[in-house]
Design a protein around this ligand. Structure first.
Ligand SMILES: [Zn+2]
Length: 223
C-alpha cells in the first residue's frame, strides 16, 4: 500500500466481529484518520452493538451506529426473528438477508461522503464462507463504480480479507499486532458469547478451526 494513503481518511464497516475488527487494525495501520460505522438491524444479540461500541471506544475511534431496523421487515429469518433456529446446511444460510451488503455499502458510502472519507473498508470474503452474492469481489468492484458515479466522488472500497481463509485472517491480525486483541475482545458466536464463544455454533467452529490452524503453523515455524 502506498504512502499516499497515509494522509487519507477511511471508514470501516464494523460489526465487532473478528473480520471487521481485523479490518479496523488494517485501517489504523494504513490511514491517517479512521472512523467506524455499525449497522443496527435487529441482530439476534443486541450485545453485538455493545461489543462494537466498546471496541470503538477502546481504540479511540469515532463510531457511527446507523439504525437499519427496516431490514427486519424484509427478512423473517434466523438473525432477525428470535424464535427461528439457525440452519447452515443449505448453500445459502437462512441468516441471509437479500442484498444486505448492497444496502449496507450504500449507507456506508453516503456516510463516507458526509464525513469526507475517500476509503471504505469492509471485511467481506469470498474464500471459505459466504454464499452471499453481494460479498463477492465482482460485486464489490461494481459497487465501487456505482457509488462513485452516484455521488461523483472517487471512492475506493478496500476488501483486505477477500481472498483470505480464516487461518490467513488470523495471520493478518497477528501481523498487525492485534491477534490477542481480536481473540479476546471480538464477538463472532451466534449465541452471543464474546472471545472464544460457545464452541458449538457454526461461527465458533469456523473461528476456532482457523485459529488452531494458524497457531499450529506458527508453532511449527518456530520449532
Ligand atoms: Zn458460538
Amino acid at each position: 500500500m502506498s504512502d499516499v494513503l497515509q494522509n487519507e481518511k477511511a471508514l470501516v464497516v464494523f460489526s465487532g466481529g473478528q473480520d471487521s475488527t481485523t479490518c479496523l487494525f488494517y485501517a489504523k495501520a494504513h490511514f491517517k484518520e479512521v472512523e467506524l460505522v455499525t449497522f443496527e438491524y435487529g441482530q439476534r444479540h443486541a450485545q453485538e452493538i455493545e461489543v462494537a461500541k466498546h471496541i470503538a471506544q477502546e481504540q479511540g475511534l469515532k463510531h457511527h451506529v446507523l439504525d437499519m431496523s427496516l431490514l427486519s421487515q424484509l427478512s423473517p429469518n434466523a438473525l432477525t426473528s428470535h424464535d427461528m433456529p439457525i440452519d447452515a446446511s443449505d448453500d445459502i444460510p437462512n441468516t441471509f438477508v437479500p442484498a444486505r451488503n448492497l444496502l449496507f455499502l450504500s449507507f456506508a458510502g453516503a456516510l463516507a461522503y458526509q464525513i469526507n472519507a475517500k476509503h471504505i473498508i469492509t471485511g467481506v470474503c469470498e474464500t471459505d464462507f459466504s454464499g452471499y452474492p453481494d460479498c463477492r469481489d465482482a460485486f464489490i468492484k461494481s459497487m465501487n463504480v456505482t457509488m462513485s458515479l452516484a455521488m461523483d466522488r472517487d471512492f475506493v472500497i478496500h476488501t483486505p480479507l477477500m481472498w483470505l481463509n480464516k487461518k490467513e485472517t488470523w495471520a493478518l491480525s497477528d501481523s498487525l499486532g492485534a491477534l490477542e486483541y481480536v481473540r479476546t475482545k471480538t464477538l463472532t458466536c451466534y449465541n452471543g458469547v464474546v472471545a472464544e464463544g460457545c464452541g458449538e455454533c457454526p461461527a465458533c467452529h469456523l473461528r476456532q478451526q482457523g485459529l488452531n490452524a494458524y497457531l499450529n503453523e506458527k508453532g511449527a515455524m518456530k520449532s
